[in-house]
Design a protein around this ligand. Structure first.
Ligand code: FES
Ligand code: FES
Length: 415
């Protein structure tokens, strides 16, 4: 694996990549930027065309590891580009697409033609399009669309300088709240904050690498999943606050988690996640800060399961407040992104149900631990039990409970 630093759609990333991973797969599989299509994967069809340092390039024949220091712009990164907006409108007006498979690469090439050849006529446009194959349209609509934009601009299009995007990083999460700083990022002030959190100074720290990929900014392609949860712990807030400031103790209470190193506000650990028959071991790093006055805190971290190639980055903000009867309420907001094989479990309502079960199990273990009921150690929540409870919660209602009982009997019968 090699560590590569590159800019994708205005966002600087530091990523661990396999030597033979091509740029198209890096964009699609690692970053979730699936607007870049792959057809031939031999540099022939042009479906995978992106801008590499401002010039169209075939991402299927460029190794991601060879893009050190490069600026890459995929079709997603041109969403708000003024010329691309006009080209999309022209493609639509001229029926320049049918199945759309060639369209992202075609649009990037079309943009390059308009910028480079303001006087191009239909023949020249066809010549320039020779590297982009379309199996549907017969090219007539595509040529007309490009000619239309050229005609509108009268050859006055100016190339956008290759550098920081004038619109800022594109493809920020749908929530408009990028995750908090993880690794020397330059997040907008106040971004990704949770109730009462202390906040981490942007750019204050060097990247955390510690053997896993380091992400300078959150994945620009995929919106974060957000989980809000209020946990009730039947103990006084002073006691719970003391416990919350002890990462080692919290780690002991999280099913499957283990703290392997701690240095100041930085922690390193691993977590075993067992979803039925699927077992993953995430290793990662995080930074944790506390606000004593507000009795709140914030954790930002990232991890990776090498076996499945799944990556997780997350921030969690929590705030402690007293309940009416003297017990403690811990309000948690977690923004997380999963990429890779296990992402299918991490998104949507099942993923949230699983995360909810995990948080509830942690709160229960913490309460038991503080009461002195639980022996110190690594509590193990059976993988099937976790999955079963999450499925019950997910399905909800009578039907959910019935299906949950049925699964329970089935598992019991096989045990
Ligand atoms: Fe890259 Fe065909 S997929 S040129
Ligand atoms: Fe289908 Fe071009 S629109 S391949």
């Amino acid at each position: 694996m090699s560590l590569v630093t590159l800019e994708v759609n205005g966002v600087t990333l530091r990523w661990e990549v396999a030597p033979r991973l091509h740029l198209a797969d890096f964009l699609r599989e690692e970053l979730g930027l699936t607007g870049t299509h792959t057809g031939c994967e031999h540099g022939v069809c042009g479906a995978c065309t992106v801008l590499l340092d401002g010039a169209p390039a075939r991402s299927c024949i460029a190794f991601a590891a060879a893009c050190e220091g490069a600026s890459v712009r995929s079709i997603e990164g041109l969403e708000e580009d003024a010329l691309m907006v006009r080209l999309r409108a022209a493609f639509s007006a001229e029926h320049a697409l049918q199945c759309g498979f060639c369209t992202p690469g075609m649009l990037i090439t079309a943009r390059d033609i308009v910028l480079r050849l303001p006087q191009a006529d239909a023949d020249r446009i066809r010549l320039e399009l020779a590297g982009n194959l379309c199996r549907c349209t017969g090219y007539g609509g595509i040529v007309r669309a490009i000619a239309r934009v050229l005609g509108e601009s009268g050859g006055r299009e100016q190339a956008t300088p290759n550098g920081p995007d004038p619109h800022g990083p594109l493809g920020t999460p749908a929530s408009g709240q990028p995750l908090g700083p993880i690794a020397g990022e330059t997040a907008p002030s106040g971004a990704g904050t949770a109730p009462g959190e202390a906040g981490i100074e942007p750019g204050a720290d060097p990247p955390l690498t510690m053997g896993v990929a380091s992400v300078a900014l959150p994945d620009p392609a995929r919106p974060a999943e957000t989980l809000h949860q209020t946990l009730r712990i039947d103990l006084p807030p002073a006691r719970v606050w003391q416990a919350l400031q002890d990462p080692a103790l919290i780690a002991v209470c999280i099913p499957g988690a283990r703290l392997t190193a701690q240095q100041g506000d930085r922690i390193e650990g691993e977590m075993l996640v067992a979803l039925g028959p699927i077992r993953s071991r995430f290793s990662g790093t995080a930074r944790i800060v506390y606000d004593q006055a507000a009795q709140s805190g914030r954790i930002a971290g990232e991890g990776q399961d090498r076996a499945s190639g799944t990556r997780l980055d997350a921030t969690a903000g929590f705030v402690l407040r007293p309940d009416a009867d003297g017990a403690s309420l811990v309000e948690i907001t977690i923004d997380y992104r999963l990429r890779g094989m296990l992402a299918q479990f991490g998104r949507g309502s099942l993923g949230r149900a699983l995360a909810g079960e995990l948080a509830a199990a942690t709160a229960a273990a913490l309460e038991r631990h503080l009461r002195g009921d639980a022996p110190a150690g690594r509590p193990v929540l059976g993988g099937f039990a976790l999955l079963l409870r999450a499925v019950r919660r997910w399905l909800g209602g009578r039907m959910g409970r019935r299906i949950g009982r049925w699964i329970g009997r089935w598992i019991g019968g096989r045990a």
